[in-house]
Design a protein around this ligand. Structure first.
Ligand SMILES: [Zn+2]
Length: 210
């Protein structure tokens, strides 16, 4: 069984349960074939609680999508960590689908959206994702914008070697995300801050109802 691949070096969060099942009536969002496979793993994350990672896959076209939810915490939180050395690249990042990832020093962010993936990775893995997105975008850029993209790619390369200090921030209106490190800082987000985030308004409504 292949579930969320992790590129971290440290041992992963403890696996509590795993399940696999089929949705025989469900259509693949990519090729429309009928029948999807679901693999679920429940993890216990230290100082955070249980999380559920769910991977949906299609046996016909290879479509795959992963979702990650916290099974306990639902407070809107901003979690951040300062990355100052090569060792810090191994710090584990748990990203729920609803989280925005910000790297202010790089001027880069990953926004949640319809196709955004939940994942368990580490700082280096997050940098690799930002690099992939930027490389893809850079192909269609020209002139100053291309120059700017290349400049940021150079910064990411240095960061991936532990030679650039930077901060990673996860802003999650539903508290599905965390950073597993003693160095991580966590705080509750204000309504104004939530308003600026994708899905933030929904979090405010959910909070008013509860
Ligand atoms: Zn398919």
């Amino acid at each position: 069984m292949v579930l969320a691949t992790s590129d971290a070096h440290e041992p992963p969060p403890t696996v509590l349960t795993t399940r696999e099942y089929r949705l025989p009536q469900a259509n693949c969002p990519s090729c429309n074939s009928v029948g999807l496979q679901i693999g679920e793993v429940e993890y216990e994350v230290e100082n955070f609680g249980p999380i559920l990672m769910s991977v949906t896959s299609c046996g016909f076209c290879g479509f795959k999508h992963s979702d990650l939810f916290s099974l306990s915490s639902h407070e809107p939180t901003a979690t951040s960590v300062k990355v100052a050395s090569g060792e810090d690249l191994k710090i584990r990042i748990v990203r729920g689908n609803t989280a925005t990832i910000l790297a202010p020093e790089l001027g880069a962010s990953i926004q949640p959206g319809l196709n955004s993936e939940g994942f368990i990775s580490n700082v280096e893995g997050v940098l690799a994702r930002i690099e992939d997105i930027l490389r893809f975008l850079a192909r269609s850029l020209e002139g100053r914008r291309k120059h700017r993209a290349d400049f940021v790619l150079g910064k990411i390369e240095r960061a991936r070697k532990g030679r650039l200090r930077l901060k990673l921030v996860l802003k999650d209106p539903f508290g599905n995300s965390t950073i597993i490190s003693e160095k991580a800082r966590k705080r509750r987000m204000s309504a104004r801050e939530l308003n600026r985030l994708k899905f933030g308004e929904q979090a405010i409504v959910a909070r008013q109802r509860s």
